[in-house]
Design a protein around this ligand. Sequence first.
Ligand SMILES: Nc1ncnc2c1ncn2[C@@H]1O[C@H](COP(=O)(O)OP(=O)(O)OP(=O)(O)O)[C@@H](O)[C@H]1O
Ligand SMILES: [Mg+2]
Length: 501
Amino acid sequence: MRGKTIVQLLNVQKTFYPSGVKALKGVNLFLEAGSVHALLGANGAGKTTLVRILAGEIQPDAGEIFVDGRAVNFRTPKDAMRHGIVLVHQNLSLVEELTVFENLFLGREPRRLFFLDRKKAEQRVKDLSERLFLVALDRRVVDLSMAEKQKIEIVRALLFGARVLLLDEPTAYLSESEEERLFELLASLKRNGCAILFITHDLNQALKIADRVTVLREGETVLSEETSHLNVRQVIEAMGFRSSESPRVDVEIGEELLKVSDITLRSGKRLVLDRVSLSVRQGENVGLFGLGNDGQFDLLEVLIGLKKPVSGRIFFQARDITRLSIRERRRLGIAYVPKDRLREALNLEGSILENAMVNVYREIPFAKFGLLNWALLQDYIHGMLKEFQVETNSIMQPVKTLSGGNLQRLILARELFRGPKLFLACRPTSGLDAQVQHYIAERLQQLKSWGCALIATNDAEEAFGLCDKVLIFSKGRLKRTLYKEQLTEPSVLVSLVGEQT
Ligand SMILES: Nc1ncnc2c1ncn2[C@@H]1O[C@H](COP(=O)(O)OP(=O)(O)OP(=O)(O)O)[C@@H](O)[C@H]1O
Ligand SMILES: [Mg+2]
């Protein structure tokens, strides 16, 4: 089945205005039927821009796109869809309050489907979902895991006849087992002749799953090769990175900063956290690891004050903070990076400056006697963005013009730059390229000399790479603690989750 070229891009270019950023300077790429292609590159290299062009969301300034050998010119996503090309976004586009079934038909010729062809449509969904093990169609999307949502997006694409599937960082929030299931699904689509292009920052994964990889660097194709001819080092070099070792350092353990006792959290009838107790001292970065949503993310929401536990107490530097507001907790030196960054951490309509300053503009020395010291504030923000390598032309730019990885850098910069005493973060390094992941790992090591971090994750590599100690969660319960000596490789974490203790 493999071989026939479905899509070909020649010298595609794109400049964004008014900033004048040249996102694509000349990209070449081809996609073959029955193959998986990985698109790699540093944050801001132009990956998302490229797939958005292919999906008809934005138009290139120059270059050519061929589908089945014929030149095409997509003005809207519908044009691309007509040729069977569909993009599954970096940030999923499902409507949380609707059911799976409703989401599957959202925005696509509803009249015909709902009034005339509903029976036929239902049958098709049923066939597809049986084949792909989709969750029950009447469930509401808000109750589903990230992996399930992703699958719905993919099924939605297939329903409308997709034969070229573009996936923008589909594994960024998946756990290992969810990832495996996604790749099984992709493999079966590949056997049916689909062409799949997926973006990832996990180079090992790319080389394992893909038949071919293309690397973008500053808007240009710098490498395009069959994976059988490549190793990780060659890819890292093409991206313009140096390979480096994990920076873990030991510091002396200091006072107890956080003590959590007997936290129980419910969501309706469901027990989300079941009498969780833990203690974290200055000088240690602690991972909260579970295979999926096992309560580790909810615990951080409780600690920052977003969710109210039904029982239990939280002490920060020996002070009971259980009843303090989010703002009061932040003032004490607690910082927080949520899991759903776009919705919870950013004002997408605002500028980079507005988003960068939210935590500090009301504080001394920036605000005094009710007056804002703009010059000082801008200097501070510039310094912060530079340190965390957030790539911007101007801080007045709308924040949504940043690439996915740069958005993530901005949030981390904002939360880490002030040197928090307690840093709470959900999946802090997901979406970051290898170079910046390494930089964040270093920052978290520095943090230990005055504070500590709690990292909630379902990615064993992340817990392993960032933490000195890992607490294993399963279904809302703290199952066991793994100390440094026991953290010999990431797979240890996964193997211990199922164990009864
Ligand atoms: N709508 C836009 N307006 C202005 N600039 C944009 C817009 N979209 C992207 N850019 C800029 O184009 C460049 C490429 O961005 P793109 O999102 O394609 O990167 P990426 O390779 O997907 O990065 P990441 O790995 O961080 O997601 C970046 O400099 C980005 O700031
Ligand atoms: Mg992107």
